[in-house]
Design a protein. Structure first.
Length: 106
């Protein structure tokens, strides 16, 4: 889980949610836009240095922030991904199961 194209290209819009086609677009672009959902379902996020906000970044289901699906009322909104990963690079499973719905963690 890594930063979005927005961070890489310094765009003001998040490309994951703003890709659309218009009637005047080329047929190739229209075809690419139709494949958007299939493409997004195959995206693999890379954590990098882990400085991405765990709760606020839009890397959850349907490009949502995990803050909207957490199972707890009070949470640390400054938590980074690196804070919930073990030194060996695995997820802190107990944290995930304690704070997110099971169907998200599994």
């Amino acid at each position: 889980m890594h930063g979005s194209l927005k961070q890489v290209w310094q765009k003001k819009n998040d490309l994951r949610t703003s890709i659309t086609s218009q009637p005047y677009n080329l047929p190739l672009w229209k075809a690419i836009c139709k494949l958007r959902d299939d493409f997004q379902s195959n995206i693999i996020w890379q954590i990098g240095n882990g400085n991405v906000n765990f709760w606020m970044h839009k890397w959850g289901p349907n490009n949502s922030s995990l803050i909207y699906i957490t199972t707890i009322s009070y949470l640390d909104t400054t938590l980074s991904i690196k804070d919930v990963v073990t030194p060996s690079g695995n997820w802190e499973q107990n944290f995930l199961f304690d704070n997110l719905p099971n169907n998200i963690v599994e």
